[in-house]
Unconditional design. Structure first.
Length: 331
């Protein structure tokens, strides 16, 4: 089996280990990174040169992608990933390369962890999946088949049952959107007491509660202040950017760590009020208007879409926060 030269292997190994957390490493290694806009934020794919072979000898499971050695050893030449049109399940996500011929048989992959990987149309047959955990904030846009049954509608219904008011997030009228925002504000208000004293705890490498609130400030800035209101400098310094933000061209120097949790709560409450105030006067006509997408300005989206993204961010991160606070409390 061919092997890349040592210099190339070193470069590729760096990208595999670091692209998900620090995508700018691709540029340092001389490997082009391609923007792919999927859903509410950009995803990224590295176009890697040549056959990707036997790079896992020194990295059985890489830091962020957790790719098995067999998967890497059997992968063929790199292929840029197309942006899906949503016709089947959902548009593709970023990955390092794509090779549909890869197959695992009679292997123990217990405990393997996939983070920000493309697993679209993956197939599991005759395997023990006891305890498997899947968390996909875009599942409601697609499908997930278990024993021949698409379980995504059930998951959506169950989440709405567990989280009263979540089902309102797809409202299409000004009155409906106002009700949806009231519901999600109430949901967050119910979580704040539980988070007291645990606001800086990170569970399984996820954002802490404080960081989550800061990210929602950024989401409001991007979609309300940047997209809908068209502000040139929409971001508050307390915001928490997502992993791909820097490679999307975002200026990370504007962000800094807050001195106290109280600062986070104050800014967060202020931004919740901004959304509330905007919804108080929005009209059907304005909802139908279009604005540049904040992460892909060449695309235009409706104001209604921008508000739906804000609501979805709120509910999904509320779910993550409740999950992690439960774990932090030993539940």
């Amino acid at each position: 089996m061919p092997r890349p030269d040592p210099a190339q292997a070193g470069r590729l190994s760096e990208i595999i280990a670091n692209l998900a957390a620090r995508p700018a490493a691709a540029h340092r290694a001389g490997i082009p990174v391609v923007p792919q806009r999927i859903g509410s934020r950009p995803r990224w794919a590295a176009r890697l040169p040549g056959p990707q072979v036997q790079l896992a000898a020194e990295h059985p499971f890489t830091n962020d992608w957790h790719l098995s050695s067999d998967w890497i050893q059997n992968a063929g030449p790199a292929k840029p990933l197309p942006v899906g049109d949503g016709s089947t399940c959902r548009g593709g996500r970023a990955a390092l390369w794509h090779n549909p011929a890869v197959e695992f048989s009679d292997r123990d992959l217990s405990g393997v962890r996939f983070v920000r990987c493309l697993l679209r149309d993956a197939v599991i047959r005759g395997s023990d999946v006891t305890g498997m955990e899947i968390d996909d904030h875009d599942l409601h846009h697609g499908c997930l088949w278990v024993n021949g049954v698409d379980v995504s509608p059930y998951v959506e219904t169950e989440l709405n049952r567990r989280m009263p008011g979540r089902g309102l997030r797809t409202a299409t009228t000004p009155a409906g959107l106002r009700s949806a925002w009231t519901a999600v504000e109430q949901a967050w208000a119910g979580v704040l007491p539980t988070a007291s004293g645990r606001e800086d705890i990170s569970v399984d490498g996820e954002w802490s509660f404080s960081q989550t609130l800061r990210h929602l400030v950024l989401a409001t800035n991007a979609w309300l202040h940047g997209a809908i209101l068209g502000r040139d400098k929409p971001f508050h310094w307390i915001g928490q950017p997502f992993a791909e933000y820097e490679l999307a061209g975002g200026d990370t120097t504007i962000f800094r760590e807050p001195k106290t949790y109280g600062e986070v709560l104050a800014v967060r409450a202020e931004h919740q009020g901004m959304v509330r105030d905007y919804l108080a006067t929005v009209t059907d006509e304005v909802l139908a208007e279009t604005r540049p997408d904040p992460w892909a300005p060449e695309h235009r989206v409706q104001v209604l879409h921008c508000l739906h993204v804000i609501l979805n961010e709120e509910w999904e991160h509320q779910r993550y926060a409740v999950r992690d606070l439960r774990k932090a409390a030993g539940g």
